[in-house]
Design a protein around this ligand. Sequence first.
Ligand code: AQP
Length: 344
Amino acid sequence: MAFKERVFSGVQPTGNLHLGNYLGALVKFVALQEKYDCIYCIVDLHAITVWQDPAELPKATREVAAAFIACGIDAKRHIVFNQSQVAEHAELAWIFNCVARLGWLNRMTQFKEKAGKDRENASVGLYAYPSLMAADILVYRATHVPVGEDQKQHLELSRDIAQKFNNDFGPSIRAHGYGEAFFPLPEPLIQGPATRVMSLRDGAKKMSKSDASDQSRINLTDAADAIAHKIRRAKTDPDPLPGEEAGLASRPEADNLVGIYAALAGRAKWEVLKEFGGAQFSSFKAALVDLAVAKLGPINAEMKRLMADPVHIDSVLAQGAERAQVIAAETMKAVKDIVGLVHR
Ligand code: AQP
């Protein structure tokens, strides 16, 4: 069965939105608006799988909404909302908890990383996170999901859940006239530059909101002088930049900075190296500061302007939630028919 093409993706309101989120997700979200119907969600139910200060969470939620809009997402043509306003996400996640297998969730590397050594003390929500993510996507029967490299494994699990639901309930899906398969198998959209932006302090670690060192990331809320300071202090090695991409192979920090430059400039890494091959990091970093400030400065200013009017942001989220819920409610009705749950 051919499914209507639709994009879904989410960002957690866990504070410190950074350059990795921008290049790995937001830039792609904006580009996809031209070709697809898009639903972009601030996944606050995911955020609370680890402790969030209730006094900070609303601000972090509005900050992601402001970043979406400031980067160029059109909340009128597409849908922008926060997850907890559409209860169907949690409802479908429960059904998916009953479809997904323990063995599948046991293999998820993000849980292992986030739970760390104190696994017994991690929340059940953190463990079941991938079921909720599958529900986020599939409650809209979305076909394409733009994400960074780190989310690839979760997306594969979403496909496994969709496939198992379609198989387990196949006769019921057909009996209710929903065709051969009810859920599409969502495709990850991971291609493009900067699918994995690394920490400025350690080229082996991804840039992350939860890194204890603020120097490890460029936040979208950083002012120009903070951006300059962080790039100048970014870890590098003593050699000049190579003239060709192969020369970056065992130099993760250099590779990361060249990758960031290329992604911000909309150029390929080899083109950047053609220009900067042989240069010292001091002059390359100066050029990177200029480029990063030119690209992120206007976004930062627009986010500030939007954040000054939380009532407006809340109304954008409420309108988005209303439109999202129409689609989600229709899916849940069908899912209840298919599973055999009596409903109104
Ligand atoms: N370093 C990164 N490079 C490229 N893409 C990235 N993404 C995150 N980090 C990088 C992508 O950003 C989107 C939103 O991510 P998220 O907020 O939902 O969760 P996350 O992946 O857990 O982000 P963080 O920064 O790593 O948060 P913490 O530290 O809380 O775990 C996703 O599409 C993600 O791929």
